[in-house]
Design a protein around this ligand. Sequence first.
Ligand code: G4P
Length: 528
Amino acid sequence: MNMHEEVQKRRTFAIISHPDAGKTTMTEKLLLFGNLIRSAGTVKGKKSGKFATSDWMEIEKQRGISVTSSVMNFPYQGYQVNILDTPGHEDFSEDTYRTLTAVDSVVMIIDATKGIEAQTIKLFKVCKMRGIPIFTFINKLDREGREPLELLEEIEEVLDIETYPMSWPAGMGKRFLGTFDRHGKQFIQYNGNEDETYIPYDELDDPEYNELVSNPIYEAANDEFALVEEAGDEFSLDAVLSGEQTPVFFGSALAPFGVQNFFDTFISMAPEPAPRKATEGVISPDNPNFSGFIFKIQANMNPAHRDRVAFLRVCSGKFERGMSVKLARTGKPIKLAQSQQFVASDRDTVEEAYAGDIIGVYDPNAYQIGDTLVEGKSLFEYQELPQFPPEQFQRVTAKNVMKAKQFKKGIEQLVQEGAIQLYKHYRSESYILGAVGELQYEVFQYRMRNEYNVEVMLEPIGERVPRWLKSDQVDPSMYDERNMLVRDRSDNYVVLFKNEFSLNWFKDNHPDIELIDLFDVNQYDQKT
Ligand code: G4P
């Protein structure tokens, strides 16, 4: 297989959701498809197969691991699938956002009983900002949930994206009959017990299905669906691929129902690795020279080893174990001797990889988040990873003032590595740390103690709303402790507003001052 064919079959995506919407359950089902295909060479049948108990138990055993492992990959129907985990719950951090810089598409899972929830909105914004195609799976149809039309309206309104229902449910909860599959032009009947029947539209008038089609729930759904087909938006793959339209599927990850149909449709529509912008122009994934960028660095929490793994997204060429590359930032040559690929619970040594693949490389303490590794003469770099707006801020000091030097060194290194964000009070120069999630502080404190031998004191200044200022609009007299003026790592001025209310009050009173939200797609490039 040549390089172009290798790239074409890659599907690299992340599943995003609010905790408890069903991300883990869905991931397990997808892994199961992968495992089944590999072990038994199963081909998709009319009915979804019934899985042997042993398979389920194996998956259950992996459950604890599958949620913490970062990348899962498997071959599926001629594709090479790479699923990236987006840590949620208490692990939610900047890493969760950064993962989205390494994928080509995203699956958004929404709980039908709850609709759009806070964490989904945040993750969605990052996708939108980067124009990543989003496929939506509305989950838990086996429970009484909200009306499908209402859910679609909510997605359109809250997330500001066009929806195109790829499927349409007939009933829900105990009355759930199945879904109309618009793409496959068939009705998928829900039989319970992990069983579903695919009935082509033109076979629905067969007497065999009389009971189904004369069911008032089916009839009502059919009428509603006809209206949706008539009045709704047209499907446009271009709009999907540019992140303006999201195909929406209904189903249940747990039952499972509609999962295989969703996945098959998704995988056929999801984009392959695309060219990426770099300092030397756009780099094609077929470019024969290997290149990639680091989007995550995981330090081993075991102080005896202190080894770190850097997660690299391959963007072009072919990775081969032991190859020599250069770190574009410094021009320093590096041999990629120890490399790993992550297959569900196992870490396998990876011998070769192509654009779209994610590999873990040993970090000899040389890498920073966002670093580009390249093969060949030209030392180009991929676009800098965006800075994501933190939500929690804490003042940090060393417990022992005699340790000031170590303290500074530790902070500088951890900030460079992307573990946490550093701000300085504009006047006092005191250090303020910003994080997306609580875990980042814990890791910071732990690593300062174990790697730099410094005990730190953290003093919360609460959840804040950060807004960046344009450099010609900075007037320190306008700010105080409530709306605090600080500088970020690159010396940009930032106001940490006490809350949304303070922000809005400020906006009303100073309409001339431009406040830049890092999540705002249009304002992002204007940051000075
Ligand atoms: P997460 O990774 O997004 O946090 O969600 P996860 O898959 O862990 O699912 C959260 C809960 O929702 C789990 O129940 C899971 O079984 C349930 N769930 C997921 N998909 C469906 C679905 O399609 N229908 C129904 N009815 N439930 C679903 P739990 O009781 O919290 O955990 P567990 O004891 O079942 O593991």
